[in-house]
Design a protein around this ligand. Structure first.
Ligand code: DON
Length: 304
């Protein structure tokens, strides 16, 4: 399979169709990016890199970082963590509050904001300096020092974090939050404000295509069974209330972020990151989803 030719074909088809959306502006600093940027990078399990477009431009990974943070604390399946957060698709927007009350403070899954806050709370309990640990972890599994925290994006989100603060206090009201809400929120916002380019992001997801083993870190990051579980969660919950649509159109486990990035894996073959800032009404990148749909159509395989 000539991956370079494949992603170039996809790139040009998406460019000429030019589907449009709207750049996220509820985090004001994100609204200042050039909406026309578009890049993709595919990394195979030998570490060969195939890239096209703006694939070396760092962007805000936002919710994609929820996969990294989950991998840092997920290793003990059936541990207390999995009684604090569920593994069901929510069918609701990523920042929804309503379901949390109906379900007694147990978030539906670790990728909606409520669930990700529980994961970041667990990280806060585990590490003295969680932000440094998350950066170190992502650098290790990407094989290089690539993570930068964008301070402006972080400050901008902190100033507009009423909903996430409410979710934190709501979780606390149900005794599902151990640390101070404001402390956890700063860590959550910092990992969301991390910037990486498509190549480094695809490399950081490589262990999930490779049964949990990172060719960059040269170690098992999660067990083979946990890698399958994280992939199952990405497939069923990685796109929030658009997870079914993504599975239907693309058929790969993936995770989106409101910075316009999508990272996805084809187990035992490759990991891929696609980035373009314009989003649909569900908060997922319009061009990235179209590109991945074309990719699996042309490949004639997906998970299915
Ligand atoms: O908490 C938030 O709202 C953002 N930091 C992350 C949301 C996000 O990326 C949703 N994904 N599409």
């Amino acid at each position: 399979m000539d991956y370079q030719q494949l992603i170039e074909e996809v790139y040009h088809e998406v460019k000429s169709a030019n589907p449009s959306g709207k750049v996220a502006d509820y985090i004001p600093e994100l609204a200042s990016v050039d909406p026309n940027q578009f890049g993709m990078a595919l990394v195979d399990l030998e570490g060969n890199i195939f890239g096209v477009g703006d694939y070396q431009v760092p962007f805000s990974i936002q919710s994609i970082s929820k996969v990294h943070t989950l991998a840092m604390v997920a290793h003990v399946f059936k541990s207390k963590l999995w009684s604090r957060v569920n593994v069901e698709p929510s069918g609701n927007p990523f920042n929804s509050i309503a379901q949390l009350e109906f379900e007694n403070g147990i978030p539906r899954n670790p990728f909606i904001n409520a669930g990700a806050l529980v994961i970041t709370d667990a990280l806060t309990s585990k590490f003295d300096n969680p932000i440094e640990e998350v950066s170190k972890f992502i650098n290790e599994i990407s094989g290089k020092e690539c993570v930068q925290i964008n301070q402006e994006v972080m400050d901008s989100e902190l100033k507009h974090s009423e909903r996430n603060t409410a979710l934190g206090y709501f979780l606390k009201a149900y005794q599902n939050f151990d640390n101070k809400v404001e402390d956890v929120l700063k860590i959550y916002v910092a990992h969301c404000a991390m910037e990486m380019c498509c190549v480094d992001l695809a490399r950081s997801f490589s262990f999930l295509a490779n049964d949990g083993y990172s060719i960059y870190a040269k170690r098992e990051i999660v067990t083979e069974s946990m890698a399958r579980r994280i992939n199952a969660l990405m497939l069923t919950c990685g796109f929030y209330d658009e997870a079914g649509e993504f599975a239907f159109r693309v058929g790969l486990p993936g995770k989106s972020g409101v910075g316009g990035g999508v990272a996805a894996v084809m187990p035992h073959k490759f990991s891929i990151a696609v980035w373009s800032p314009e989003l649909n009404e569900k908060g997922n990148s319009v061009k990235a989803i179209m590109a991945l749909e074309l990719l699996t159509d042309k490949l004639k395989f997906s998970l299915f």
